[in-house]
Each structure stands twice: as C-alpha cells, then as structure tokens.
Design a protein. Structure first.
Length: 410
C-alpha cells in the first residue's frame, strides 16, 4: 500500500509536469498567432489573394510573413500544422482530473456538506458537464446569434457564470474552480479539434482538387480562435487556484470566478488592441486592478464570513501558543487534521503529510497559525471536502485564536 501511494504521487507529478509543458506550448502559439493576425498590414504590392503582411525580427534575423484569405492560388509544398499543442494539453489535463479528483474523490471532489452524493455520482456529473458544455457552446455559435461575435461572447459569459454557480453547489470549492477551468479548456480544445483544424483540412483538400475554398470556413475558424484567445487567461487562473483557498473556498467563490473571466477580457483587450496598432487602452489595467481588488474584498469580507474583524498584523509564534484559545484550538486540530498532518499519517492512501505540513506539537501548530487561519478559519479549503466534519464553531474558534493573538501584538 505504501509503495502504491508513492507511485501514484509520482504519476500525478509526471502528468502535471507534462500538462504544464504542453499548456505553455499551446498558449504560446495561440498568443503569437493572434498577435500576428492583428498586426498584419495590407499593402499594394502583395500577391493576389494575400490579406496582409508582417515583418518581424527575432533570433538574429528578419521574418517576412504573409497571410492568405482563404488560401493561396496553389497548394504550398510544406505546411506546418498547430494542433497537437491543444490536443496534448487537454489530454494531460483530463489525465490530471482523473488522477487527482476522480482517484481522490472523497478528499478533493466531494464535499457532503455542499451536496451529499457518492463519489461515482460526482464523477458522472463531472464528465457530463464537460461534454454538455461543448455541445451548448457549439450550438450557440451555429445559431443566429453566432453571427454577432461580441453578442455571442456576452451570452457565453452568462453561461460561464451559471456554470461557476452550479459547480460550487455540487463540488468542493477547489474542485469547482478546477472544473470551471476544465469546462472552459474543453470548449477551447474542441474548437481546435472539431472546427479549426477540420475547416483547414477542407480548404487544403479544395486546393489540391483545384476548387475555390469557401471563405466561410476561414471566418468560422477565426471566430473560434478569437474566443480561445479571450478564454485563455481565466483558464490559467482556475488551474492555479487550488493553491489559493481565499479564491476557491470562501462564500462568494462563484462571484470571484465571474470576475476572473472579466479580468481575462480586459487584459487581452489591451494586448490585442496594441498588436492591432489601434492605440494603448491603458484604462484596461485600471479596470483589471479594480476587479482584482473587488475579488480580494469578496474573499475576506469582515463579519460576513466569520463574524469578526480582519486581522492586520502577524504576531510572533509565542503569542499563538500562549493565547487563551490555544488549548481548544489544539484539540480541534488533533480531531480534524492530525490523521493526515502527522509524521505518520493514518488516513488511507496518504504516505506523507500533504506538503510536508505536520500539526502535532505546539510549536508546529503555532508556526503555521496563519495558514491554519486562511485554510480552515477564513475559508473552507481544509479539511478537503470537510471530510472530518469540522464544525462552524471550530472554524470560528480558529479565526478568534489567530485574530486575538494578532490583537495582543498591537
């Protein structure tokens, strides 16, 4: 059993690493081609069928790039396709979902204080939501509203916000954010697999056969590529959010998710406008900062989440161990946390304390007071899925302990 747990942990690490590598490749090529497309310039000397050109300098040389809409007059001798970056990112991401969230459903996927369902039911809901998301999105794109790119994106935003709320009503906060990222990434990768690449293959086949390609195929692919561009940054946020419980494990997590999508739009708007040489809309950075400040406020609203005021200063470790609340805090941690956060964990499948965090001695608990406060007091990130049934009173105790110790140092 011990060997299996170690092997499983290394498998998760290997797949996570591969996922990061492939995601970097996909995001890099996606951002580059959108910037290239927006920077194209129309000039009189361009050959027939060429839409625009761009001169770039990199790696000690110059590049002269021309784009054809929909295609050149004859088939080029060699074509470079950009598709496996997308496919491999989705496949490794799905593998991570299976290894971490399906394999550890009782810890990371299901919170029976949110919705009392079995691990099997939760996994089926997860799988169904990813497939349904793509089908709904594709139908919207092919509907009459799909002819209006910005109207379609507004409607898509409504769908994403609804999914953010829905996921938080079913899964743990950590899993809800991860699924929102997976839901969005599935749409993005499916755009490449079902629309962008197939359309391009039809154009290539038409060129080989001597037929004139349909320009609608290129327009459709370009629209889906634009959607992917604006969705990329929120997906990155959601994929990294499991490290930040104040994002995923507080009362307003679904509203935070909704604002994250808006931040992705404002940031990409600045880059896209700049690349298109249409000015530098610096207001987008102010809007992004305001949205981020609002997210911070929503994650730590005083008296709403814990019934107390926010702490402002970090006291010394000694103050934590000498605080009047500490004996009760120590008992709560021993009851709710020690089965995993111990030198020899007793929870099945865990061979080492998660992230090396051990909460057995007074000094160990006091040294990690701030993390305990954030992970289990201010948010519900720990215990995962509230597997050990930490009560609201115990969370208030952890909060009162930290904040009263802070007050003693002021």
């Amino acid at each position: 059993m011990y060997e299996f747990a170690i092997a499983w942990e290394w498998l998760a690490f290997a797949v996570r690493w591969l996922h990061a590598v492939t995601a970097i490749a996909w995001i890099g090529s996606s951002f580059y081609f959108v910037a290239l497309d927006l920077g194209l310039v129309k000039r009189d000397h361009l050959p027939p069928g060429a839409y625009g050109e761009e001169w770039q300098v990199h790696g000690g040389g110059f590049y002269h790039i021309q784009k054809y809409l929909v295609a050149p007059a004859t088939m080029p001798e060699h074509l470079t396709w950009f598709k496996w970056e997308s496919y491999s990112t989705w496949l490794t991401g799905f593998a991570m979902l299976c290894i971490v969230y399906y394999g550890g459903a009782d810890l990371f996927l299901v919170d029976r204080h949110v919705l009392d369902i079995s691990a099997t039911t939760a996994i089926l809901i997860s799988l169904a939501s990813l497939g349904v998301g793509w089908v709904l999105y594709d139908l919207l794109c092919k509907s009459p509203i799909g002819k209006n790119t910005w109207g379609l994106m507004a409607l898509l935003y409504v769908v994403l916000v609804a999914m953010a709320w829905g996921y938080t009503q079913v899964f743990t906060g950590r899993a809800a954010f991860l699924h929102l990222g997976a839901f969005t990434a599935t749409i993005m990768s499916a755009n490449v697999f079902f629309i962008i690449i197939p359309n391009q293959k039809i154009v290539v086949a038409d060129l080989i056969a001597g037929r004139t390609p349909d320009p609608r195929l290129g327009a459709q692919a370009k629209q889906r590529s634009l959607h992917n561009n604006y969705l990329t940054l929120p997906v990155i946020f959601f994929m990294l959010s499991n490290h930040y419980p104040l994002a995923f494990a507080t009362a307003f997590n679904w509203i935070i998710a909704a604002l994250v999508f808006l931040m992705g739009v404002t940031i990409r708007h600045w880059f896209n406008t700049t690349h298109a040489r249409k000015g530098k809309p610096t207001w987008t950075w102010l809007a992004t900062a305001i949205l981020f400040i609002l997210i911070i406020w929503l994650s730590t609203v005083p008296k709403v989440l814990t019934g107390g005021e926010q702490a402002e200063a970090a006291p010394t470790f000694k103050r934590f161990a000498e605080n009047a609340h500490f004996p009760a805090v120590k008992d709560a941690i021993a009851t709710r946390c020690s089965m995993c956060h111990a030198a020899e964990p007793v929870y099945e499948g865990i061979a080492r304390a998660p992230k090396g965090v051990i909460l057995e001695s007074d000094a160990e608990i006091a040294a990690l007071a701030r993390e305990i406060y954030i992970q289990a007091g201010r948010s519900h990130a720990m215990p995962p899925g509230n597997l050990t049934d930490m009560t609201a009173d115990e969370r208030r105790l952890l909060t009162a302990w930290f904040e009263s110790a802070v007050g003693e140092t002021q």
